[in-house]
Every structure is written in structure tokens, then in C-alpha cells.
Ligand binder design. Structure first.
Ligand code: COA
Length: 579
């Protein structure tokens, strides 16, 4: 079928649906929901047999839904309606939640139901639940709905005919319903409120007496019940996060957005104020006992070292890259045979930290210089990984990876991704960025090319997201492992322990060392880096400002004004509806 995805943005859910539908033989094109007239034009050009809306912020116009079946993906259980579905469910601590695929009609979210799926609701950040459970349930329900539509004999169930409906119409959740009462709310309540607003819009509050929105909260076990500070007081800082007193303990605030600004690591959003707080260092890289905020954590079992890096949104600033490199270089000295880079639960890495770079424009700094520092710190980290010769290295992607993050993963000997993960191994979306992280060395050899050839160039040019399965099929990764995050971690640990215990390990390590020596003799890593950086110097310091403009819009979340041509296939000059 010809399926049009009408969506507010090409987010990871839309990417996944596009890929899953394409893999099932459907012809999929995408239009951003910018204005009714633009959507109408897309429908006229593509003549879709079905329209699927994975992520909308406005109603579909009657001119479209009255003539075409439009399936809306609603992140709520049957009967739930309104724009803050997940926020209400998380704040209420619902045990089970779901996704409903319903047909667009005049009344928002009230149309007949084509399919639905449920899942146990984790007490976690909204953005995390959205990228994991919601995305998985949405894929299941959309694929079922599409099959039912294609069969032609399915009648969707009107809401009134559904039995035991728990869901109901809920309004947009207002900031007044998210407010934290630092005197009354216990730690669990504060966490729940910040989690329910994570990603967007955050909880309106204040830090150091300045209005801001809070994101990215983590519990701290050590201070439960202790301390004579008042609830709401700032207690300490650690790397990029701030520790704040609650009524019955304390919690960490990882990110904040000041009025008129954008989301930043909390210690950067309030740099001067944070500097005056005492430091609460962890002292080493080992995973700390008990709940706390720890962005880099190391653990070991069965001859395998696991390095976790839980960087918010997968963005890696100069400082974070440098710290991760220190941790990696320390882990290389451990008596382990396999080193697994685990990344974080939601993201493995999305490359350089565009928000921190943008923040340089707020003060005396230069975003070009900060971009340069950041990419060099990424490169140093990638080189540390490429040059790890005493262990087999594995990048285990439980969460998504994009741009430089994909190539950092490829710097490991093996890349294993969890089914459901999306990879975007290309840079051009960010203002035609050339990219670095030694991609010109790492990518061609994966795709069986001598030097950057047509296959590598096509991957960069086409800018298409890859599912974990597709990434393994194309050879970009080495394996796709099924299951949820817990199952994935168990599988990764088992496979890594097998490699560590295998009789051919010494041979494998020798082969790896010899290959690196051969590659270095043929063309040194420094040469690849210098060539990539020559392009990036132009991206950062040249007279074409595309990268700076794209980053500015990305960080400040400027609404899209058109759909990129590589997504809107129906806008290709040679597009014709098949006869
Ligand atoms: N720096 C800073 N923030 C980043 C980031 C980066 N490199 N990559 C993603 N983010 C943030 C987004 O702004 C968004 O922030 P929010 O929590 O305020 O909404 C969040 O991470 C999630 O991003 P989103 O785009 O919603 O995730 P996705 O999984 O749907 O899409 C990508 C993934 C990779 C396609 C998309 O995030 C992207 O294009 N990122 C930029 C990658 C890049 O160009 N890096 C620089 C070159 S190395």
C-alpha cells in the first residue's frame, strides 16, 4: 500500500514506523504537519491508500479525514483522550498503560478503534517510556491496524461499543498541576512529577532563586532522612548535576532550562551559582552502591568489563567525552578480556553536545571553538577505543544512536544493537556537517570498500534511519539482539563472557593487533582525522553558516517550515503514482 506518515516531526517513533512499514513492502512517504494546506497538497500528490499519524500536535483537517482513513497513534489506553496522556498516567502512578490506534474524526481522539496494545508502566521518565514501551506498543498496534485495513473486511470498534473502558478525556496538564511543594512532597512525589514532565515541558520551579524548568531527576539514597538543610535547599554538585534537599531526603537535578533559554546540564545553566556549592565526588569509576546520580559507571563479571555512560539525550560534551575517555583508559588496565561499552538505557550516543555548543553563544565563548573542542574530544575517545589492543571491545546499543554516536560505536570491534533501536549513521541533517570520529576509516571497511566509496557515500547522502535489524543486514553492525532492555543486558553479558572464555581469544587479539598495525602502515589514523577535520574546519569556521543555523534551530526547537526532500518522496520531481 501507499502509506503517508503525517507527523509533527520525524522522531524515533516515526522513523521506526517508516522502517517497519517499508520492510513489509509498503510504499511510505512522509509529510510534516505544518499547515492544513501543506497536508492537503501531500495527499493530492501521493494519493495515499492510508494515512498514519504517529505524532501530531494538531487535529487533521476534515478535508482529509472525511475522504481518507487516517489512523492516529494515541499514547494512551482505550478511551483515554487529550494531549497529556502519558503525563497523567505517570503522575498518577498507573500500573498499566497502552497505545491506541484510532480513526480520525471530528472529535479529537474519539474515533473508532483499529487496534491497541498495553504494557506495564515503569516509574520512569516520560521520554524514556515514550521511546521504549510506547514505541514498541505503537509498532505492534499500527502493524495490526494496517493489516486489518489491508484485509478490507475489518470494522473498527466505536468507543461506545468497547467494554470496561478505563480511559477518559483529560485536559492538557497545566504547570499548576505539576508544581512541586518542596515542604510537603516527599522524594518519590518530586521524582514522579519531574519524570512525568521529562523531555517536554519540564516542571516550572526555581533554582538559586531564578525561575527555570527542571528535568532529569535522580534519587539519592545516602541522604535519606539525614541533614539539617531545609527542603528545597541546594546541597552539592557532582560533574553536571545538582543535589537538592527534599522533605525526606534528596535528589539530583541533571538538567534545567532557564526562562527564554534552552535545556542545559544544571551546572552549566547555573554556572556561577553551582560553582559555590560543595562537590560530592564519587571518587572512582566503579558503580556506586545504592541509588545516586552517576553518569559513568563501571562493573565487572566473568572476565568482562562493562562501562555504562548515561548521558542525557545521548549528547556528549567536551567535558563528558574527556571523562569517558579517562574511564575507558582506566578500564583498559583492568584484568578483563572483553570491554563492553553499554551507553545509557535510552541512548547510546547522539554525538557532540549541540546544546552545550549553542550555550557558548550566550556568553563570551564561540560556538565554533566549542564545536571544534567537542569533535576533537569525541575523536580522542574514538581513537582510545580503536587503539584498545588488550581486549575485544563491544558497543552494546540498548538505546538509539545518531550521527557521531554511531561511528563512535563502530570504533569498537563489535557492535550489537537491541531490536527496536534506531540508528542514524549520517551527519548531513545538521547543516551538511561532514562529520569525523574516523568515519572515513571505520565505515568503508565495514561496507567492504577501499576508501570512501559509493556505498559509504550513499549511506551518508540518503540520511535514512536504520532499524537494528537492517543495520545488521547492511553490515553496519554485527548483530541484532531481541528483547527488552533487561533481556538485552543479560544476552550481552552472556555473549561477552563467551568471547572472554573462548579458546581462540588470544588468536583473536593477535589478529586484531596485527590488523591495526597493517591499517596504520597503510594510512595512519592521524591522516584520516586531519582530512575529516579539514572539512569540519570549513563547517565551523567557513563562510557557509549552514551548520550554525541548523544547530540553532535544533536546540531552540524551531518549528519545521518544510519537510526535507529525502523524506517527502511524493515531492520528488520524478514521483508518479503507480498506474
Ligand atoms: N546534542 C544535544 N541534544 C541532542 C542531541 C545532540 N547531539 N541529539 C539529540 N538531542 C536531544 C534533542 O534535542 C531532544 O531533546 P529534548 O529532550 O529536549 O526533546 C532529545 O535529545 C531527543 O532527541 P529526538 O530528536 O527527539 O530523538 P530521536 O531519537 O527521535 O531522534 C536523532 C534521534 C539522532 C535523529 C536526533 O536526535 C538528531 O538528529 N540528533 C542530532 C545528532 C547530531 O547531529 N549530532 C551532532 C553531530 S555528531
Amino acid at each position: 500500500m501507499r502509506i503517508l506518515l503525517l507527523t509533527h516531526a520525524f522522531n524515533s517513533l516515526a522513523q521506526r514506523l517508516q522502517a517497519e512499514l517499508h520492510e513489509r513492502g509498503h510504499e511510505v512517504s512522509i509529510e510534516f504537519d505544518i499547515a492544513d494546506s501543506v497536508a492537503e497538497e501531500a495527499v493530492a500528490l501521493f494519493k495515499p491508500q492510508l494515512i498514519v499519524a504517529p505524532y501530531l500536535r494538531r487535529a487533521i483537517p476534515e478535508s482529509i479525514w472525511s475522504r481518507h482513513v487516517c489512523l492516529i497513534v494515541h499514547p494512551g489506553i482505550i478511551g483515554d483522550r487529550g494531549p497529556s496522556a502519558l503525563d497523567w498516567a505517570l503522575q498518577a502512578g498507573e500500573a498499566e498503560w497502552g497505545v491506541t490506534v484510532l480513526q480520525a474524526e471530528a472529535e479529537m481522539d474519539a474515533g473508532p478503534i483499529w487496534a491497541s496494545a498495553v504494557f506495564p508502566l515503569r516509574a520512569a521518565k516520560k521520554s524514556s517510556v515514550y521511546r521504549n514501551e510506547v514505541a514498541q506498543a505503537a509498532v505492534t498496534a499500527v502493524l495490526q491496524a494496517v493489516e486489518r485495513f489491508a484485509a478490507g473486511d475489518f470494522t473498527p470498534t466505536p468507543l461506545a461499543a468497547c467494554s470496561a473502558v478505563r480511559g477518559r478525556l483529560r485536559p492538557l496538564m497545566k504547570q499548576s498541576e505539576r508544581t512541586i511543594d518542596w515542604q510537603r512532597d516527599d522524594t518519590a512525589t518530586v521524582l514522579r512529577k519531574i519524570h512525568a514532565a521529562d523531555g517536554f515541558p519540564g516542571v516550572a520551579d526555581s533554582l538559586f532563586g531564578e525561575a527555570c524548568h527542571l528535568f532529569d531527576a535522580w534519587p539519592e539514597a545516602a541522604l535519606r532522612g539525614a541533614s539539617d538543610a531545609k527542603p528545597g535547599d541546594m546541597l552539592a554538585r557532582r560533574e553536571t548535576a545538582l543535589l537538592r534537599r527534599t522533605r525526606d531526603g534528596a535528589l539530583w537535578i541533571g538538567h534545567a532550562k532557564r526562562a527564554g533559554g534552552f535545556k542545559l546540564p544544571a551546572t552549566l545553566a547555573f554556572a556561577a551559582e553551582s560553582a559555590a556549592l560543595p562537590e560530592a565526588p564519587l571518587g572512582n569509576w566503579w558503580r556506586a552502591d545504592g541509588e545516586t546520580w552517576q553518569d559513568i559507571a563501571y562493573e565487572e563479571s566473568d572476565g568482562v568489563g562493562f562501562l555504562h555512560f548515561e548521558f542525557y539525550n545521548g549528547a556528549m560534551s567536551t567535558f563528558q567525552c574527556e571523562r569517558l575517555r579517562s574511564a575507558l583508559s582506566w578500564a583498559r588496565q583492568r584484568p578483563v578480556k572483553v570491554l563492553v561499552l553499554m551507553g545509557g538505557a535510552d541512548f547510546w550516543s547522539n554525538g557532540i553536545h549541540l546544546n552545550v555548543i549553542e550555550a557558548a553563544s550566550l556568553g563570551e565563548g564561540s560556538p565554533a571553538d566549542e564545536s571544534w573542542n567537542n569533535i576533537n574530544a569525541m575523536n580522542d575517545l574514538a581513537r582510545e577505543l580503536i587503539e584498545t589492543d588488550g581486549q575485544i571491545t563491544v558497543a552494546a546499543l540498548a538505546g538509539n544512536a545518531g550521527a557521531g554516536g554511531c561511528f563512535l560505536a563502530r570504533a569498537a570491534d563489535l557492535v550489537w544493537a537491541r531490536e527496536g533501536v534506531m540508528l542514524n549513521p549520517h551527519y548531513k541533517n545538521m547543516g551538511n556537517l561532514y562529520g569525523s570520529e574516523y568515519w572515513t576509516y571505520l565505515l568503508p571497511r565495514r561496507l567492504g570498500e577501499q576508501g570512501v566509496g559509493e556505498r559509504s557515500r550513499a549511506l551518508m547522502r540518503n540520511r535514512q534511519p536504520l532499524t537494528a535489524l537492517r543495520a545488521a543486514q547492511t553490515g553496519f553492525t554485527d548483530a541484532c539482539l531481541a528483547g527488552d532492555i533487561d533481556t538485552f543486558r543479560i544476552d550481552v553479558a552472556r555473549h561477552a563472557a563467551e568471547i572472554a572464555a573462548a579458546s581462540d581469544l588470544a588468536e583473536r587479539l593477535t589478529e586484531k593487533r596485527e590488523r591495526r598495525v597493517r591499517d596504520e602502515a597503510e594510512k595512519p589514523l592521524a591522516a584520516y582525522r586531519e582530512e575529516e577535520l579539514a572539512h569540519l574546519r570549513r563547517n565551523f569556521y567557513g563562510f557557509d553558516p549552514s551548520y550554525h543555523v541548523a544547530r540553532h534551530h535544533f536546540v531552540r526547537k524551531s518549528p519545521a517550515s518544510w519537510t526535507p526532500r529525502h523524506l517527502a518522496r511524493h515531492r520528488d520531481l520524478d514521483w508518479r503514482v503507480p498506474a
